[in-house]
Ligand binder design. Sequence first.
Ligand SMILES: Nc1ncnc2c1ncn2[C@@H]1O[C@H](COP(=O)(O)OP(=O)(O)OP(=O)(O)O)[C@@H](O)[C@H]1O
Ligand SMILES: [Mg+2]
Length: 574
Amino acid sequence: MLQTYKRYYQFLWKYKWQMSLFTVFLVALSITESVYPYFFKLFVDAIPLKDPVLLLTILLSYVGIRLLKLAFDLATYFSGDSALLATARDIRVAVFKKIQDLDFAYHLTKSTGSMISAIKRGDLAVFNFFHMVNINLVRALISFTVLLVLFAQLKLEIAGLMLCSMILNSIFAYFLIKRNVAARVKFNDSEDEVSDVIVDNLINFETVKFFAKERAEYTRLGKTFVPWMKALWGYANSFRAIDIVIGVTGNASLLAVLYFGLQYLLRGQISTGEYIMILGFVDSFYGRFFDLVFQMRDVAKNNADLQSYFNVFNSDTLVKDPQKPVEVETVEGEIVFDNVNFSYPEGKGDAIKDLTFKIEPGESVALVGRSGAGKTTITKLLMRFYDPVSGAILIDGIDIRTMTKSNLRSFMGIVPQEPVLFNESIAYNIGYGAGTTDITEIAYAAKMANLDEFIKDLPEGYDTKVGERGVRLSGGQKQRLAIARMILSNPDIIIFDEATSQLDSQSEKLIQDAFWKVSKNKTTLIIAHRLSSITKADRIIVMDNGQIAEMGTHKALLAKEGLYAKFWKLQTVG
Ligand SMILES: Nc1ncnc2c1ncn2[C@@H]1O[C@H](COP(=O)(O)OP(=O)(O)OP(=O)(O)O)[C@@H](O)[C@H]1O
Ligand SMILES: [Mg+2]
């Protein structure tokens, strides 16, 4: 809880000037508005004197004070908002940045639906929290202090009584609000579950339609509403509990103070004006106190929301950039895996075992093997999405852990197994890696990847949007687009993961030609199931169960009559 506040104020107090002004105006505002009832006393006590000038002066001063309060009010909100709006932006950007910087592994475990709903709630809480804690809470506390001081001068007993009742009420409020927060956290969790199901459904619309599972999806959503209703009911009732307890004890203390005041009045120990003042003060005091308690519930709710918003800051990156990274400009492209062992954090068993191999600069090496053998894992380790459990990976003799991740990845161009695209134009997606919008360059890359014919036929050509994740393109088109994107980023090391698996024989041949052209003199790692596409590779590594089973040229491996020869026979006969 404290950590949440600390973080919040760290963001807020970056705007020192605005916040300092805000604080000054807020204090001035609270003091001015607290003294209103004092004028009632002056006025009532002055009535018997029948002095029109005196009465008018009191009245005008009262109006003057009210106008002053209005001015402070405006100044408070102006200065406060100027800090608040910028802070809300800063927090959102910081959360976004943190999410960007988190590991590949984090993104595999996160759930988009929960995350979006947490971010939305958190965003709102940033504003609410400011108005409740920074404005209303401070305002109420200051007016309490002013009232207590004024009462203490009038009758110490009344001040003591008010203080006691405030402490008593605060203790009750503390426990009730604590319960309320717990209920809120529970409700948030079930709210996130609902949102998860909705987002998951939106992402998987294709699968739902394939199997005509619309009804099952309603049921799936309906099920998440069972705990949701229960949590919301509990949350709503925790409010009622606060209303009842504070309503009873609060009003009882109000009555007590007024009763004692009346005793003093009847015994002639205070004037009528002073009693009117007590009435005014007590009324605004308890009014504000009730407000405060009710707002504290919201503060609690917003606190819970802020906490889950800030939660992302507590996630730690597993794959860290080094303190003093070596800065590498370009690489020759020598890759060494030195006794690498690796297992996925949530996986069972080792995905990679004692892997040792060396790829010379400019060499093309194919990785083949059964599904799940660890081929894609090798590329993930090479790009430092994960660090090996033991052993080292070196590029040009430099341990990749000594470079920054962005430095390392800038040398590599990857065509992933399942390319995912931005819901933007084709040109945008092709130019993404290189960060270019130059249409000549983009068109060149598209031509190299054999994608230009397809683009020419589109009504909007390069400006055609590809749909979410690229749903409006075929599998083969997406892969060719990924190839064009890679070509444009002009990498030193090329990684193809099943790049040609979804292409028909004719486009495969064109792609192959383009690919061998691009990869000339560049270190290339090709993962392929279709062995005919990699016979040209300088060397073939046959993976089995996270280990190297065989290694050699196509010819040598065929002659060996091992695993590779077996795969080859299966594919060529088929
Ligand atoms: N994120 C992950 N968490 C846990 N286990 C994983 C993860 N990714 C892959 N694995 C497991 O690691 C092993 C190697 O997976 P990998 O993706 O490297 O296989 P592959 O050789 O590329 O297979 P394919 O040819 O089917 O693409 C598999 O057993 C897989 O289930
Ligand atoms: Mg794979």
